[in-house]
Every structure is written in structure tokens, then in C-alpha cells.
Design a protein around this ligand. Sequence first.
Ligand code: IPM
Ligand code: MG
Length: 397
Amino acid sequence: MSEELVQKGSKHFEKLIREQLERVRLLKSEPDWINYQSLDKIIIGAAGGDGIGPEITKHAIKILNFLLEDEINSGKVEIREIKGLTIEKRAEVMKAIPDDVLAEIKKCHVLLKGPTTTPWKGSPWPNIESANVAMRRELDLFANVRPVKVPEKGIDWMFYRENTEGEYVLGSKGIAITEDLTFDFKVITMQGSERIIRAAFEYAKKNSINKITVVTKANVVKTTDGKFLEMAERVSKDYPEVKWDDWYIDIMTAKLIDPERQSSFKVLVMPNLYGDILTDEAAQIQGGVGTAGSANIGKRYAMFEAIHGSALKMIDEGRQIYADPSSIIKAAALLLNHIGFVEKAKKLEMALDICAEFEKKIKITGRDTGATGEEFGKYIMDTIMDPKLEEKWSSYK
Ligand code: IPM
Ligand code: MG
């Protein structure tokens, strides 16, 4: 009996090894970064997702249409609605991303994505893989870039979370050998670590930031995290002008809320799961997960999203019109910046700072005690149109 179980486990593991070896092979022959400026037309896909997703995404699309009006009219940019990335459709075809939807997404260059519901055990949905995780893998969006700022505390963090490896990539491929014994797998590759660490160092160098913090648990998770840390050591040699150090995830979570220390962190880079946890903590320091946007960047595709979930509870209670669109609007600003509309992105970010942080003429509470997402979206657009936008923003800084 136990020999059979050993065989069952070995077979399972063998399959994973083969898949990952093939992945490494592909990673080694990865194409270079896409150049948006050389495209005749940049196609921006927009998928609302589930729950409050379509409601908040609508406001972000309105803002993008407004900021890109000239480019859309001249045919340089197209905003294309992507339908069908809903939990109903995903459950119907039993796929994290339905094939036809993925094909449509792949025709775009970048994607703005509302939150998608991740089925959990006991949910009314079949336990299919998270659409987020599948999309990051399918489009090879290896860098999850999450900025967090709290100006009054001197906090200006840029997180580079690895997005295609770690516990996540094999998260739906664990195995229960028996009812008593279960395994999940964590994978870290040299190529996967190198590209995310390099992206973080490049960002630091470009922005003259002389500090990178590498986060692992390499003292305990020795092989995989050890590889990540080893790659940091190696990549850092190419950037002698950037200082770096490494921290373990446990003490890192503590230091992130240490008022003495927190403003000293600048660019942080880490494997997937630690980044998942740390960026929620960081977003909370900024004012909640509803306030943070997230960029998922690969060499060919990029996807921009809110970092919060689909908030089905708000739908159940009929409160979706009061959902805070800040996070997805911030994602839209990251998108604009990524495809080269740096000035427009800056305007949008300034308007967001003014509306959500400084002036706060209207407030979103998530309930009818506050403004609707629509009102907030309009407030942002009015603020962008203010000819004194920059002056106003500077005066608050
Ligand atoms: C995030 C989310 C996702 C993740 C979930 C929805 C799968 O928490 O983007 O951080 O864990 O990566
Ligand atoms: Mg998360």
C-alpha cells in the first residue's frame, strides 16, 4: 500500500519537474521588451471582472477616454472592452480564463482589469484557479509592481513582487497523498529570480534611488529562497551604484510599521507570496487595500488592476455604487505611465492625491454615508481639468 502511495507522489512530482524544466527552457529564450512607441496603434483592453469590478472599472475607463481623447480620435490608441471574464462564465467552462476571453486579451497590448472572484472552498463556485494567478502565468506577467505612498510619514515605497513563481505557480497542483498527508510545491528558478530582481535594480537606478531591500526567508526556506537571495547577490554586481540589503519576511513585516524605520525602505523586491502579504500590509498603511493600484508587467503584455477583491458583500447589500474606484483609477495611471503617456499619468496621479488625500472635497465611505464612485470619478476629472492642477498639488506637498 505505502509503495503505491510513494509511486503516486513520485509520478505527480515527476510531471511538475517536466513542466518546470520546459518553463525554464522557454524562459531562457524569452523575447525582448515590447516597444509601445513603435506600434501603429496601442490597444488597451478593459475587463470589468466580478462583483464591484464592472462598477469601479467603468469610472476608470471614463477617465482614460477623457485623457486619451486625442489619441483615440487619431487612431493611435483604442480602448476595447473585454467581455466574459466573469465568475459565471469561468465556472460554466471550468477554466480560470475562458479560451475565447484569453484570445481576446492577447490581441491587446495592455489590460485594465477589475477584480475577479477567486473561488474558495465552500463557495458556490467550482474550485477553479484564480483568474489573476492564471493571467499572470498565461501572459507571463512576472513583475507585480505596487507603489505605496504616505507623504506625511515620508513613505515612498515601490514593491517588486515576483508574480509567476513561488507557491503560486503550483498552487493548484498540490497533492493529497492520503487524507493525512498533503503537499504543495514552491518553485523558484534562476531566470525567474533574475528578471524580477533586475527589474527592481533598473527601477532604482533610473530613479536614482540608492536602496534596495530584498525580502526572503532564506534562513529557513533554504533552497528556493536561497536561490532568490543568491540571484540578488549576483544581479547587484551589475549595479554597483545601488546599495542593497536583505531582510527576512517576518522582521520585515514588523519594520514596515516601525515609525523609526519605515521611511528608510524604498524599493523592495521579493518572491511571490511574501509580496502578496507585504503589499497588503503596505496598502493598509496607506489607507486600505482599496487605495492601492497594481501593475503586472511582462516583456510582451502588461495588466493593471486594483489590488482588492470583488467585494461580493457590497453587491449583496446593494452598495456597489458606493465602492471606492481609487485603486482601479490608480491602476489606470500606472497603465498610462507604462505605455509612455508619462505626463497624462502624472496629471491623473496628482488629481488622485488631491481628491483622495489632500483636498478631499468629497469622501467615499463604501456606504450611502459617502459619495458614489461616479461622483468621485467626476471629482477627479474636474480636478484634472483645473488649469492650476500642478500648483494646487505642489501647495499640498
Ligand atoms: C493580489 C491578490 C491575489 C493574489 C489573489 C486574488 C489571488 O491577493 O493580487 O495580491 O494573491 O495574488
Ligand atoms: Mg494579495
